[in-house]
Design a binder for this molecule. Structure first.
Ligand code: S3P
Length: 177
């Protein structure tokens, strides 16, 4: 049994969908950003402010590594995690990755509901997320499975992922354990 790793942009619903998916699969759920916050003893916003993004990415990599070697689980990653080639490689080895895809309007609407995201702080969400879509969607597209984040709730999206996982067979040559 491999871990299931949710990737995608801020506001895609990785955490809320991940929790439900974990329940459905009877697996534990863990949120990488929450673990980073615990490990560092400060909020994501404070880490960015006090130490900069590079330091955040280093902690993020270490935390994701630890979470993926510990045991199989559902892991929600922060939006930038899959952009790091070392994270992508490890996720490829130890997990099935699921890109939770959402379009710009959905992301803008959802990210306006909560703060705490340094990349969006004092920024035009639409312009910033539009740029991130251009940069990141091609990379998220390398995930094993792509599922659209639905507007009728995280429960429904989690069910769609559960079915996609049941239908998924890894490309030949890849370890399927
Ligand atoms: C980031 C996304 C955030 C968090 C950090 C950076 C990104 O996580 O890791 O603010 O680079 O997209 P969410 O995607 O859970 O908001």
């Amino acid at each position: 049994m491999k871990s299931i790793v949710l990737v995608g942009l801020m506001g895609a619903g990785k955490t809320s969908v991940g929790r439900r998916l974990a329940d459905m699969l009877a697996l534990g759920f863990v949120d990488a950003d929450e673990e980073i916050t615990k490990a560092a003893g400060r909020s994501i916003e404070d880490i960015f402010e006090d130490y900069g993004e590079k330091a955040f990415r280093d902690v993020e990599e270490r935390v994701i590594q630890r979470l993926l070697v510990e045991k199989p689980r559902v892991l929600a990653t922060g939006g930038g995690a899959f952009m790091n080639p070392r994270n992508r490689q490890l996720i490829g080895e130890r997990a099935i990755s699921v890109w939770l895809r959402a379009d710009l309007d959905v992301l803008v609407r959802r990210t306006s509901r909560r703060g705490g995201r340094p990349l969006l702080k004092n920024k035009d969400h639409k312009a910033t997320l539009g740029k991130l879509i251009e940069e990141r969607h091609p990379i998220y597209g390398e995930a094993d499975i792509v599922v659209d984040s639905r507007e009728d709730g995280p429960e429904v999206t989690a069910r769609v992922i559960k079915q996609a996982l049941a239908d998924y067979s890894p490309p030949t040559g890849q370890d399927s354990h």
